[in-house]
Every structure is written in C-alpha cells, then in structure tokens.
Design a protein around this ligand. Structure first.
Ligand SMILES: C=C(OP(=O)(O)O)C(=O)O
Ligand SMILES: [Mg+2]
Length: 573
C-alpha cells in the first residue's frame, strides 16, 4: 500500500529508488564471561580487519570525490586501528580478565579518550575523537550491527534520515544517491542548499520519514512538489516517471539560454550569479550560464576536516575559483561559521542559541589569526581574477569598519613585502541582520556593495528558525516586513551609487523575482540550477511594469495578499 508524506521541496527533481536509512545504530555492550579466549581474540582481530577494509574504501572514495585533504581523517583512523598501544590492552583484557572483546575494547578506548581529552592540547583532543570514532566501528562489527555510511553506497538509493549535516551531504555519492528525505530541516538549511548545488532531489521537514519508511522499500522523492511516496504501485511509479521525463525536457528547454544575457522585455539587464561552496561547484555555475559567483561560502573549506586549512590551501582554492571564472565577478564571503555550520575542532562551548551566538564575523574579529590568514589568502589570490570580498553577519557599523581595517592592514603588509595584490577589490557586506537593513543608509556610505542574505534576514526578522519546519509558516519571504527591509537596502545603496545584490535563496524564487526586479535589485545570486529558470522568467518580464507595482506591494499587509497579487499580475501558476 502506498502512503504519502508532505514536506518541503528543497531540491528540484524526482528520484525513484530503494530506501536507505541513515541512522546511528544503538550499540548495546554487555559484559560477558568468555571461556574460549583464543576464539574471542580471533573474533576481535577479524573485526579490526573488517573495519580497516571499510575505512580503506571510505578513504578512497573521499580522496576521489572530495580531495586529499578531506581523506586525511580516514588515514588517521586507519593508523589508530594499527596502533598496538590501543589494541594490545584489549587482547590482554580478554586473556587475563576473560571478558568479551567488545567490553574490553570499550573499557580500553574510554580510558584513552578521557586521558587525551583532559590534556590541554589540541592534537591530543583530536586523537581522542579519532579513537571514539574508530572504536564505534570496531564494536559495531563485533556486535554484527551495520554502521551506515553514505560514501560507500553502491546501488541506487534514496536516503532517509532524521537530518543530514552539511558534511553528511558533501559525502553523498551522486552516482548512487538519487535523492533524500529528512524529518527536519527547511529550504534554507545548508544540507538543502548543498542538495541543490549537487542536483540531488530532496524533500526535507517531512516530520515522519524515519518513522514511516523501512529500509529497502521503494520510495519516490518529488522535490518539485515536496511529496514523498512510500511503496508506490506500478501505476504511481509510471506517473512519476512521466513527471520526471517532463521535468528533464523542461531543463533541456532552459538550457538553450545558457549563453544568453539576462535582459528583460524592456531591455534592462540584471546579473544572474550563483552561490557556491567549493571550487568544484564552478563547473555547475558555468554549465548553468552563471554570469558571476555572487556568494562563495568559504566555510565549507574549513568543514569535514580536523584542523584549520592553511593559508596556502586557501589561496589555492580562491585562485582556482577566480581563474575558472575567467574575469567574471566572484564575491567571496569570509568565514561564516556557526548556526548549522559547525567546526568541532575549534572546541567552542555549546550555546543555547547558536544562530544568535559567537559566530561568523564575531568569531573572526576575536580570533584574528584565523581571520587574517583567510584575508591574506584572498588578497594573494586577488590578482587572478575579479575578486570582491564581503563580511558575514555584520550587525553594527563598527564591526564593518573593524573588519575592513584589518583587511586593509593585511593588504598593506603584503604589498610592502612585494606581493602582488589587486587594487580594485570591492569590499562589501551581507545584510542579514535586521539592524543593518534599518541602518542601510549609514552602511551604504562605507561599503562598495550590499548582498542581502534573506535566509538569515527572514529568520531574524520573523524570529522563526530557518531549520525548524514547525515554525516554517512564519518563515515568509514575501511578508511585507521583509519586502520593506529589502527595499530600504536597495534604495540606500543606489542613493550612494553602490550596487545591491541578494544571495539568499529568495533571489531564485519565482514569486520573488518580479518583486525584486521592481525593487531595483542589481544582482540575483542563487543555486546554479535556478539560474536558467530565472533567466527564462526575467526575459518575459518588463522592469517598468515590475517597478510600477512597487508601492502597492509595499503597502500590503499580509504575505497571502502579496502572493495572490504577484501570481495574478505576473501570470505565475
Ligand atoms: C546567503 C546567506 O547565508 P547562509 O545561507 O550561508 O547563512 C543568507 O543568510 O541568506
Ligand atoms: Mg547567512
């Protein structure tokens, strides 16, 4: 019997495949008395070998798909599995105490973990994390429990999970992972954003995916309409195959505009840019006809590893993006860690409200070594293309001034040392905290450009967590409160002769596009896959008509009123 779940369509497309539940199994370890100690030791050695073989596979995959730096962590895990200092005490315990291997392994690992964690030494703390991770794998083998690992999936599946972290998402193998669905999350969760750039259909926030979908059952993920169909009949599968084919044909139609400029019916050009997370994403930007990179989320360079990237590693990444974009604008955002983007190796204390906490520019201004290293890497890369730099989560004018002063100080030092640095780097900021939108007139005097980050601006204005599907009814891009803030920012920028872009997901939204065009937005930056549909839509719009409804829309009182009006006026079904 088929059943349906409703969620949020987070990444367009349709996936039809078997369910693969991605969940941490519970490892129940009981102490047992062992009589055949030799057999127990052999059982332990077998579990070690199985774990090693699995890690080799994961390492190879990470190396191939994500690069050598991301694969390093698995090499470290393999070393732990060959370390006699960890393994011998386990074997000794089995021999002398006559206990089962999983119990001996757990006791030994716990001892090392608490010893390393109590040391005031970053390196040892990381080793503790490695031991914990590796131990879990070995114990799972001893108990005959499978630890799911998305990177070693080798048949076509749809992933079912409570949630996916951005690094889980980065590990998904596009060849086999046809789609995913989660219990929690929203359209602007970073796993959803990554799914769009990886072109993996996804439905998030279904509330019940993990409680209603068994491993191995057929599932349809319809990322276009936010539907998940469990155990569909063959007629339903056929319907969705047809819907999928239609969507593919639509994509082929959009693709015809890949080399066209984005010009409205009345001849006005706007820039359609893409948001990226890694240098590899540039390929998708160019394939989808992106005119610029409007947001390079550099924090992904810092994630999925166990230490900060060096200045040279960062330089290589920034240079690669600038070169691949061949002189087209590239807006790089400095480190925006925090919220759902964590860096465990910084060992920051847990916070009650991570989205309102010590993050992004707040952290960078305090941990200046981290910030200055990134700025130097960016400045050194600047001569390879058209670089613009912006700071995330600016709340006050003083923060912007301080960040800019540090950037200029690093530039001066590099130039004094004979390093070539571009003289035309624009310096801007994200507008994602309501205080900056309200004070946009003041900021506009000091910045070269604004990039409106609606993903956060909406959550902070409406006090509605962008990750929480239970308050998603309040997370309203078309609420007149949001439209008024956006309008204030664009007007303030233009008054000072500056440009205003948007890099929040709203920039690629079909209903938002006519509104943003009418408000005068200069640059629209979105998931690469949204560019061609947006271009198709903009070519059919008149800027003059869009401008003519600006005042009317800004005077409306509800989201529903705005949506209804826009759909009717601009013929959106
Ligand atoms: C683009 C934005 O940044 P992020 O999604 O990375 O928070 C935003 O907040 O709109
Ligand atoms: Mg943000």
């Amino acid at each position: 019997m088929s059943a349906n779940l409703k969620g949020i369509g987070a990444s367009a497309g349709i996936a039809i495949a078997k369910a693969y539940r991605l969940e941490e199994p519970e490892l129940k370890i009981e102490k047992k008395e062992i009589t055949d100690k030799e057999a127990e030791k052999q059982r332990f050695e077998l579990a070690i070998n199985q774990s090693k073989a699995e890690l080799e596979k994961i390492k190879e995959h990470a190396n191939r798909e994500l690069g050598a730096d991301k694969a390093e962590i698995f090499a470290a895990h393999l070393l732990v599995l060959s370390d006699p200092e960890l393994l011998n005490p386990v074997l000794d315990k089995v021999s002398t105490e006559g206990v089962n291997a999983e119990f001996a392994m757990k006791e030994t690992a716990d001892m090392f973990v608490s010893m390393f964690e109590s040391m005031d030494n970053e390196y040892m703390k990381e080793r503790a994390a490695d031991i914990r991770d590796v131990t879990k794998r070995v114990i799972a083998h001893l108990l005959g429990v499978q630890i799911p690992n998305p990177s070693i999936i080798s048949e076509e599946v749809v992933i079912i999970a409570e949630d996916l972290t951005p690094s889980d998402t980065a590990q998904l193998n596009r060849q086999f992972v046809k789609g995913f669905t989660t219990d929690i999350g929203g359209r602007t969760s970073h796993s959803a954003i990554m799914a769009r750039s990886m072109e993996i259909p996804a439905v998030v926030g279904t509330k019940q995916a993990t409680s209603s979908i068994e491993n191995g059952v057929m599932v349809i993920v319809d990322g276009l309409d936010g539907d998940v169909i469990i155990d569909p009949s063959s007629e339903v599968i056929a319907q969705y195959e047809e819907k999928k084919a239609k969507y593919e044909a639509q994509k082929a139609e959009w693709a015809k505009l890949v080399n066209e400029p984005t010009v409205t019916k009345d001849g006005q050009h706007v820039e359609l840019a893409a948001n990226i997370g890694t240098p590899d994403d540039v390929k998708g930007v160019l394939e989808n006809g992106g005119e610029a990179v409007g947001l390079y989320r550099t924090e992904f360079l810092y994630m999925g590893r166990d230490q900060l990237p060096t200045e040279d590693e960062q330089f290589d990444a920034y240079k690669a993006v600038l070169e691949r974009m061949e002189g087209k604008p590239v807006v790089v955002r400095t480190l925006d860690i925090g919220g759902d983007k964590e860096l465990p190796y910084l060992n920051l204390p847990k916070e009650m409200n991570p989205f309102l906490g010590f993050r992004a520019i707040r952290l960078c201004l305090e941990e200046q070594d981290i910030f200055r290293t990134q700025l130097r890497a960016l400045l050194r890369a600047s001569s390879y293309g058209n670089l613009k730099i912006m700071f995330p989560m600016i709340a006050t004018v003083s923060e912007f001034r301080e960040a800019k002063a540090i950037l200029l100080e690093e530039k001066e030092k590099l130039v004094a040392n004979g390093v070539q640095v571009s003289n035309s780097i624009e310096i801007g900021m994200m507008v994602e905290i309501p205080s900056t939108a309200v004070m946009a007139d003041q900021f506009a005097k000091e910045v070269d450009f604004f990039s409106i980050g609606t993903n956060d601006l909406i959550q902070y204005t409406m006090a509605a967590d962008r990750m929480n599907e239970r308050v998603s009814y309040l997370y309203q891009p078309y609420n007149p409160a949001i439209l008024r803030l956006i309008s204030m920012v664009i007007d303030a920028a233009h008054k000072e002769g500056k440009w205003a872009g948007m890099c929040g997901e709203m920039a690629g939204d079909q209903i938002a596009i006519p509104l943003l065009l009418g408000l005068g937005l200069d640059e629209f930056s979105m998931s690469a896959t949204s560019i061609l549909p947006a271009r198709t839509q903009i070519k059919e719009l008149s800027k003059e008509q869009a401008q003519s409804v600006k005042e009317k829309v800004l005077a409306m009182s509800t989201t529903e009123e705005v949506v209804e009006f826009v759909k009717e006026t601009f013929h959106i079904s």
